[in-house]
Design a protein around this ligand. Sequence first.
Ligand code: NDP
Ligand code: MG
Length: 332
Amino acid sequence: MTGAKMYYENDASLDFLQGKTIAVLGYGSQGHAHALNLKDSGLNVVVAQRPGGDNYRKAIEDGWKPLSVTEAVKQADWVHILLPDEVQKEVWEADIKPNIKNEAILSFSHGFNIRFKQIIPMSDLDVIMVAPKGPGHLVRRQYEEGKGVPCLIAVEQNASGRAKDLALAYAKGIGGTRAGVLETTFTEETETDLFGEQVVLCGGLVELINSGFETLVSAGYQPEIAYFECLHEVKLIVDLIFEGGFSKMNYSISDTAEYGEYVTGKKIINDATRTEMKKVLANIQSGKFADDWLKENKIGRLSFTRSRKEISDRMIEKVGARLRSKMVWIKK
Ligand code: NDP
Ligand code: MG
């Protein structure tokens, strides 16, 4: 395997951004990190953040003069949307589309609204993605430490003919080229991101942990022991996999654990599970998942709110909260 082409510091130039005003819309998890990193990279940034909440207070504390979306967009040569995916269409229609400069650059950190045609940009705009592969707070912290979070870039519209250089420059501005930048498409990024979070990272993992926990508890074992086995240890195991793949984990665990992995793993994740994974992917690709999620928002998030409550009422959450409160070092 030769692997995909990676871009690093010397492949990107901030010159493409000199003299441009970049509007970062939203001062949440990603927004604050992009705005501060770009500013510390010597670029000209304005922040749009609505008043009233914690993010507004934080923007003021960090030294910004937060603008409305309309004001920020009017000044900007580059508009980076870091609002929640499910509100972007509305804000685009009301405040961005009527005010964005001709031949500006419109960018995103997730492809959802372009891939599922919620936002259909005018043809004179460059449309690009710069998507850090990590939470916003890490994007900021790593940058401050001289490190970076890897980024994906993509070009959906290349009106200027320089869209890829612009994307690389922005990735450099937020620290991404220190770690490595990889080119993708809006379609690939959106579909793999949704699949990953549903099947493996969030949906799959939460139900795997909880089902293991409940199986032990209903068989009469102490919930605290079930918690340590099925939840707490997940991090220890994932750290080993993260550092050195499955082989490093298998090297570290006992041979008994390794034998158990070989005989049992494929019974838990089996052909029926893989059939479901393919269905999940098909629903993502067809746009059904996106439709469902946008509809759910229109009807006031009834099932979303119910599920959030159902999960937080689970025994594992209560037991976990109690045990974690004694492990003060976890918060560090
Ligand atoms: P957050 O929820 O952390 O922040 C959203 C921001 O948008 C806040 O400043 C919020 O302000 C503002 N906002 C919310 N609703 C409105 C509205 N109706 N009108 C105006 N402003 C509004 O979002 P994230 O940073 O998590 O996500 C932003 C983008 O980044 C998304 O596209 C997401 O997919 C992508 N992304 C996120 C990652 C992450 O680490 N979280 C990782 C990679 C990509 P207020 O505080 O007032 O509500
Ligand atoms: Mg994701």
